[in-house]
Design a protein around this ligand. Structure first.
Ligand code: FAD
Ligand code: DHB
Length: 401
């Protein structure tokens, strides 16, 4: 097979890139190693920045988002039993976040891809990328009983943190910046109507807790737990006890309790591989960087990376100029590092460290008090939470829709 852009991975990064390229008349083949149900059912992110929502609308994949997405103008930060609202829309000139499950985003993007009739392989086995230093890199894989080789001009490595693309770059080329945290998140989905219309980020003496939602009938909650915590140690009763202990506010607000329909533990890390490119292989999304989830940035960074890549590929095919491709990593990393910093800051502000001293505790309460009483501090959180601007926007990129 021959294509222009070979895309490894059908997560948000790969699927969004495929659609942007399709609209601009650029061929692609998407190769995913899991099956379609697995990719759609994986429960992950839920918060879309304003720019991610605008991008999905601009490329015509927002019908579900516009019907079922929940726009939030504000967010709560809770500590010492009191909730404080930060009015993001008022502080950012009308910007907001939208709660719409990543699995819905992926389902909508798969439907859009299939409607284009361009190739998308699920359940590809033994996926390998080769000749990435040459002008004709390849993706090899098996599908059923057939061995395939896709000859490409460029490969987009959109295969997540555990994919094959980043490890195929020769040792010593990438600088790795990494930090792990001494805690993880236990997340649940519960059949319970959300008891608040907006998210609540809570700092409690027993650790962080987060109230979120997926729909008017489903609540999504997270708890700080030790890293590598076994989910087997958490009965449903124990989960609800801990959630309610940490989240119940002095005015009586608390999450509604319901049947738990999904639960799991996620580790937390910050990770950046730089540059996000080697030869004709370009890394995008989690393949290049991971943020701890407290800032709700991972999916949104994946979207902003592929917008830059689509812009660069359009210039490459229209004029033969590699100038934008050469700037891809630099443009992405400027935004990635700011999101890294924000995610690290939200994480350290709201989580309890295992060796926390009374000094650390008082300093943290002062930090939270400042954040929730200073308009300048709230504006800073708000503009980062709704999403910082990128050098490349859909309009400035001149992309077609
Ligand atoms: P992925 O979604 O990981 O997609 C990569 C794809 O590549 C997958 O489909 C995978 O199966 C496939 N693949 C892997 N290896 C291969 C291979 N060898 N060959 C072919 N295909 C392969 N982000 C937010 O923005 N907001 C949030 O609120 C948020 N909350 C989160 C909560 C949790 C519990 C978790 C775990 C993550 C959260 N994130 C959040 C992060 C977000 O889910 C990721 O950043 C996002 O999925 C990145 O998209 P991606 O397309 O780069 O990677
Ligand atoms: C959700 C996940 C996050 O990581 C976050 O910061 C906010 C909300 C969610 O899954 O709804």
């Amino acid at each position: 097979m021959r294509t222009q852009v070979g895309i490894v991975g059908a997560g948000p990064a790969g699927l969004l890139l495929g659609h942007l390229l399709h609209l601009n008349g650029i061929d692609s083949v998407i190769v995913e190693n899991r099956d379609r149900e697995y990719v759609v059912d994986r429960v992950r992110a839920g918060v879309l920045e304003q720019g991610t929502v605008d991008l999905m609308r601009a490329i015509g994949v927002a019908a579900g988002l516009d019907r079922r997405g929940l726009r939030h103008d504000g967010v709560y930060v809770s500590f010492d039993g009191r909730r404080h609202r930060i009015d993001m829309a008022e502080l950012t000139g009308g910007k907001a976040i939208t709660v719409y499950g990543q699995n819905e985003v992926v389902r909508d993007l798969i439907d859009a891809r299939i409607a284009t009739t361009r190739p998308l392989y699920f359940e590809a086995q033994d996926v390998e990328v080769g000749a990435i230093d040459s002008a004709a890199p390849t993706i090899r894989f098996r599908h059923g009983d057939t061995a395939h080789e896709v000859r490409c001009d460029v490969i987009a490595g959109c295969d997540g943190f555990h994919g094959v693309c980043r490890p195929s770059i020769p040792a010593g080329v990438l600088a790795i910046y990494e930090r792990t945290y001494p805690f993880g998140w236990l997340g649940i989905l519960a059949e319970a109507a959300p008891s608040s219309e907006e998210l609540v980020y809570t700092y409690h003496d027993r650790g962080f807790a987060l109230f979120s939602m997926r729909s008017p009938a489903i609540t999504r909650l997270y708890l700080q737990v030790p890293p590598d915590e076994s989910i087997e140690r958490w009965s449903d009763d124990r989960i609800w006890n801990e959630m309610l202990t940490r989240m119940t506010a002095s005015d009586g607000w608390r999450p509604n309790v319901g049947r738990i329909v999904q639960k799991g533990v996620t580790p937390m890390r910050s990770f950046v591989a730089a540059p996000m490119r080697h030869g004709r292989l370009f890394l995008a999304g989690d393949a290049a960087h991971i943020v701890p989830p407290t800032g709700a940035k991972g999916l949104n960074l994946a979207a902003s990376d592929v917008l830059v890549l689509a812009r660069a590929l359009k210039a490459f095919y229209e004029s033969g100029s590699a100038e934008w491709l050469d700037r891809y990593s630099e443009i992405c990393l400027r935004r990635v590092w700011k999101a890294q910093r924000f995610s690290w800051w939200m994480t350290t502000l709201l989580h309890k460290l295992p060796d926390e001293t009374p000094f650390d505790h008082q300093r943290r309460i002062a930090d939270l008090d400042y954040l929730t009483s200073s308009r300048a501090a709230m504006t800073s959180l708000a503009e980062q939470y709704v999403g910082l601007p990128s050098e490349v926007t859909f309009e400035s990129a001149g992309l077609l829709h």
